[in-house]
Design a protein around this ligand. Structure first.
Ligand code: SF4
Length: 316
């Protein structure tokens, strides 16, 4: 399955952007930058799938094979950050789709944007699953020594069989961790997003703990997680994946996700589970919310008995 997916034909459609920086609300950053739309990494849970139909493309195979490339983004960004009104607030890169997916090797848009942000003394954070980010270690080191740079890796599982099923076009989790370690050793701040947690698939204490322990061992300073959300279109795609690879779980998913979010009881139980894990491994920051954790006020929470140490049972 892995090989057939990565061999799929990919087409690139080049396009012009009018604004490089997008203003964001309700997130721990106000500006985001995404050089590509669509993503060949093809994660089945990807929330960005829902945006491809705005382009007249579908949220399934088109999202993974038809990539929109904003070729003039560096020029537009340079104009925007040279305005006197630019206040050098942090810019979050790759918040919609992966800015280091394979076509970045050819177009180098993310690299050129990093150069511009460094030269304009603007701090950056970026999130990726790609090992290609290591190519830009020189720029990230400059940014880390100057206005600031944080690189987050998304890692949902360390189980190779699950990884191939869930995130078929991505580099192996261990390779991502090795790159994270290289960046940490070079002085770049790093973190791990265990996101999204997939109910009944990656939510066991053992699975969550394994990712946290590996993140810490490789030098991640922060660790955070969220539970799977299934907006329209993403839900249809994800249910198709569950039907094909986890058919026994499908009826429970259909009951649990009648809306976009799973029941709050489940989310609270998972948050407690992750808080305990974060505390046990000495992470000082919640990567998902950018909150520093005061060691003197570390939360100690008891999991409900029903949460146990195995997989949570989906609400029925
Ligand atoms: S790497 Fe990120 S953007 Fe790309 S498919 Fe996976 S979740 Fe979506």
């Amino acid at each position: 399955m892995f090989y057939s997916r990565v061999m799929k034909r990919t087409t690139y459609s080049e396009t012009e952007c009018r604004a490089a920086l997008n203003r964001v609300s309700g997130m721990p950053f106000r500006w985001s930058l995404n050089p590509y739309r669509g993503c060949v990494h093809g994660c089945h849970y990807c929330y960005a799938r829902a945006t491809h139909p705005y382009l007249g493309l579908n949220a399934d195979e088109d999202f993974e094979t038809k990539i929109i490339v904003k070729t003039n983004m560096p020029e537009v960004l340079r104009r925007e950050v040279s305005k006197p009104s630019w206040t050098r607030e942090r810019v979050a890169i790759g918040t919609a789709t992966d800015a280091y997916q394979p076509c970045e090797g050819r177009y180098r848009l993310t690299r050129r944007c990093l150069e511009i942000l460094r030269d304009s003394d603007t701090p950056v954070s970026l999130v990726t699953k790609s090992t290609l980010v290591l190519r830009d270690l020189d720029l990230l080191s400059d940014l880390a020594d100057g206005p600031g740079a944080t690189v987050y890796f998304t890692i949902t599982t360390l189980d190779d069989d699950l990884w191939r099923l869930i995130e078929p076009g991505t580099p192996p989790p261990l390779k991502r961790l090795q790159v994270l370690q290289r960046l940490s050793e070079a002085g770049v701040r790093t973190g791990v997003f265990l996101a999204p947690i997939l109910p009944g698939i990656t939510d066991s204490m053992e699975s969550l703990e394994a990712v946290a322990a590996a993140a810490r061992a490789h030098g991640a300073a922060s660790f955070g997680s969220t539970v799977l959300r299934l907006a329209p279109l993403v839900k249809e795609h994800y249910f198709g994946f569950v039907a094909a690879d986890f058919p026994d779980l499908l009826p429970r998913y259909e009951r649990a996700y009648s809306g976009t979010n799973i029941a709050s009881d489940y989310q609270v139980a998972i948050e407690r589970r992750v808080a305990r894990i974060r505390e046990r491994h000495g992470f000082v920051e919640d990567a998902m919310h950018g909150r520093r954790i005061d060691a003197g006020k570390a939360v100690t929470v008891a999991l409900p008995r029903s949460a146990g140490t195995g997989q949570l049972v989906l609400p029925l």
